[in-house]
Design a protein around this ligand. Structure first.
Ligand code: FAD
Length: 490
């Protein structure tokens, strides 16, 4: 049922982008009874052969699940995914070991088919027939941030003009809505392309139609400056992604070079991907770039940006979509608590999300090094052991960073602060342990005195002191420089 609105509340909402965040946002607004128009530049993915776009599957975690739960989709989406309980690290000698994501049974992430997830959310939004209209092949080319007037190019090249009371830019990392905001004064923006690009390679099921590797893991082949990862799919295949510096991709241009590189660095992966499959996919794909974007604020006039449009990040914490879903959840919580008054909701949204989004962007960059390099170092495992032991002992106080980010709703900025506090505690503990070890070492190294030794020593010291007291001090004469004339009186 269409809700009746009063002053300050929007009636018609325009969502730009029908990707993951836009589709979920449409579900939230429809369930609140708003009139929603979703404008998506591409065709309806539910009717296209192959979805064009990034990454075939994604890791869904706690924050994303919480948002899906709020629209009633969590159970269904989770049932269509594959739990991943640990990282499985593949060494160059083809041995493997597991690094669990958490210490409790419910601490796992879920491999989800991106296209399927998008389809499910679009279909849910569309169920609210009288409220939601999906407009595919509508590319936003112009928006007035204050009046909500918009201009789109459609499939046949014609333009259409529309307007809305609230415009929500969910149009991804290269957002047209954000570009309009960037023309405003006091709007800050920065972007960073990392030197690594990525290509996706399909790892088919084995000869018996089964998974070629254990499915309940996120497989990683960390090689310090580059890495390969694989996430399981429901059809028993894996989506395998190679992250590598662009200059390295440029060195691999022939079949022989690609095969030699894989034989050398990922021998076990090569066996399951298959030589001809690998060469065909590798040489026919151009690596995609990875961008990280920070901007401020997230709203101008009656327009707001969410998801990658507001905070694109490198994919190494598996939080891009989760953070985008969290945006939707928080936005609608604010709508509820602030009586849907967008003059209050938009600034409150910026204030609440900005430090947190910036924090997860930085954390994602940090994990870029952890995944390809740190998991190869002993200090990483030592820290993990310490963190997990303290977590078991003090679960309310000491929560490891990855657990906080992935399995809790702790604001991202607070996760970073907690980690800084933990680092400080461990640094101090290191000093205390170091000094105590030296003291104990010295104690054991030198002959240990008994209580009796102390008494004898004390007596001897006293004796020596007595003997050193000069007798002539008692017979002070007038010549004694310390006594001067007063001494003469004695
Ligand atoms: P998008 O998914 O980019 O959707 C934007 C939509 O807007 C698109 O449909 C586009 O067609 C449309 N659009 C764009 N411009 C216009 C316009 N002018 N007019 C109309 N429509 C427009 N995140 C995770 O949480 N877990 C993961 O495991 C994970 N893995 C990833 C792996 C890789 C390799 C990459 C690149 C990303 C990964 N992410 C992951 C991040 C995740 O993909 C993004 O954060 C998520 O897709 C953001 O959703 P979005 O809706 O904001 O943007």
């Amino acid at each position: 049922r269409v809700r009746s609105v009063h002053v300050g509340q929007p009636k018609r909402i325009a969502i730009i982008g029908g990707g993951l965040v836009g589709a979920l946002n449409a579900c939230f607004f429809a369930q609140k009874g708003f009139l929603v128009d979703v404008y998506e530049y591409r065709a309806d993915i539910r009717s296209t052969e192959k979805a064009v776009g990034r990454s075939i599957n994604l890791a869904l975690s706690f924050r994303g699940r919480a948002a899906l739960k709020a629209v009633g989709l969590e159970d269904y989406v989770v049932s269509e995914g594959i739990p991943m309980r640990a990282r499985m690290i593949h060494d160059t000698n083809e041995s493997t070991h597991e690094v669990p994501y958490g210490i409790f049974p419910d601490q796992f992430i879920i491999s989800i088919d991106r296209r399927r997830l998008n389809e499910v959310m679009l279909s849910l939004a569309e169920k609210y027939k009288e409220l939601v209209t999906l407009h595919f092949h509508h590319k936003l080319i112009k928006v007035d941030l204050y009046s909500g007037a918009m201009k789109f190019v459609t499939e046949d090249g014609s333009t259409v003009e529309r307007s809305a009371d609230l415009v929500m830019g969910c149009d991804g990392a290269y957002s047209a809505v954000r570009q309009a905001m960037m023309k405003q004064s006091l709007f800050d923006y920065s972007q960073e392309f990392i030197e690594h690009g990525y290509i996706e390679l399909e790892t088919p099921p084995n000869g018996c139609g089964e998974y070629a590797m254990p499915p309940n893991f996120l497989h990683i082949w960390p090689r310090d400056t580059f890495m390969l990862i694989a996430l399981p799919n429901l059809d028993h295949s894996f989506t395998t992604t190679l992250f590598m510096p662009f200059r390295k991709f440029e060195e691999l241009t022939t079949e022989a070079q690609v095969l030699a590189f894989f034989r050398d660095t990922f021998p076990d992966a090569l066996k399951i991907i298959g030589e001809s499959n690998l060469v065909q996919s590798f040489l026919s794909t151009k690596p995609s770039s990875l961008i990280s974007i920070k901007c401020k604020p997230y709203h101008v006039g009656r327009t707001v940006i969410l998801g990658d449009a507001a905070h694109a990040m490198v994919p190494f914490y598996g939080q891009g979509m989760n953070a985008g879903f969290l945006d939707c959840l928080v936005f609608h919580e604010l709508m509820d608590s602030l009586d849907c008054d967008i003059d209050l909701v938009l600034p409150a949204f910026t204030e609440r999300m900005l430090p947190n989004s910036h924090a997860i962007i930085d954390l994602a960059m940090y994990n870029y090094i952890e995944m390809r390099h740190l998991v190869n170092t002993w200090s990483y495992y030592l820290r993990k052991k310490i963190d997990n032991t303290l977590y078991r002992l003090f679960p309310g106080t000491w929560v490891p960073l990855y657990t906080m980010v992935t399995f809790s709703m702790t604001p991202y900025a607070e996760c970073v602060e907690n980690r800084a506090w933990q680092d400080k505690v461990l640094r101090r503990a290191k000093w205390v342990i170091g000094i105590s070890t030296i003291a104990v070492g010295l104690y054991w190294f030198f002959p240990r005195p008994t209580v009796n030794d102390y008494i004898v020593g004390f007596k001897e010291a006293l004796n020596t002191w007595f003997r050193n007291v000069k007798v002539d001090r008692f017979y002070v004469t007038a010549e004694d420089p310390n006594f001067g004339t007063a001494g003469a009186w004695y």
